[in-house]
Design a protein. Sequence first.
Length: 374
Amino acid sequence: MSNQSQPKVAVIGGGVLGVSTAYHLARRGAKVWLVTEGSLASGASGRSLSWLNAAGVRSEYYHQFRMIGIDRYRTLFAREPTLDWLRFDCGLRWGPPEDAQSLRQIHDHEVAHGYDSQLLTRDEIEARIPGINPAAIPASGAIWNPGEGWVDLPSLINYLATQLVKLDGEVITNAGRASVITDAGRVTRIPTERRGTIMVEAALLATGSTAPEMAADFGVSIPDATNTALLIKTHPVKTELRAVLNTPRVSLRPTPNGGLAVDADWTESHIEVLADGTYRVPAETIDELLGEASQVLAGTPPLSVASYGVGPRPIPGDGEPALGQLGDLEGLYVAFTHSGATLGLIVGELLGYEMIIGEPHPLLAPFSVRRFTQ
């Protein structure tokens, strides 16, 4: 599209990847339509723990990409340090008592990759990181990552959407299902169920868990390991906790209104998918998850549900992002990844570059969709 005076682009998807890319496209001079099936942040971005990190054992490329992703958040944080929905107050993680060796291996891997990772004892944690119940920490201690943080994705999405509109982008919510029509090997238009058809030269599929299905319509297979996740947001609670906690039975972090965001992988086996595609979560599962969260907090405060969300959590089959041009179709791109929070700003920036310049960005090369067919 580099020869277009003002490229016309549609971004399908109202999560962080879609809104971020739409904003960066508009910054580069494109005429942008952001099209969402429902409301902004109504999908996976609205029920994400949104832990900003490059922790754990990952490939070299993926680790570095996540580090760059965090850097973009730090730039935003430095520019607007009073934002209550973006914080860098550290991350703390511990494993089950019988698996101290795995924790040490993760720590060693992080250190070897230049990631700020420190092993702390219970006493050190109690002295440095307020709000945690020391009795919940195993004798082997925990990994402290002082550079980590969290973002409230619905707040970020609204922030970016506002910036997009200021750049003359259009936000079209509740459009129903959107599809992509091509002609002679290039994108031409985007029909929607409820908002008509948009004539464009390029489009991005940032539709979360449905991206592999949409890609398959164009003969491109993206391996899919999407699972089902539950996120609870609590009413405000009296706690000094500011860190993101990841423990064997619960993960949690503060929310802007003084509550907590809480999730855990084990809840997936308790979620029932109903015939109409909706979900049912037993009250006992919610109570158990809140109980686990209370146990890791100093004073074990009672927690109550303000809201919860349940639905697909997009994960590519090999665990790494699928980003960039879709097949050989001119002007058609996809963004499908786990860790949408950490990668949200950098993915939008680099996909915006690719879509306007018409050339692959070197940092996205390891995550090309073409790797699944080569």
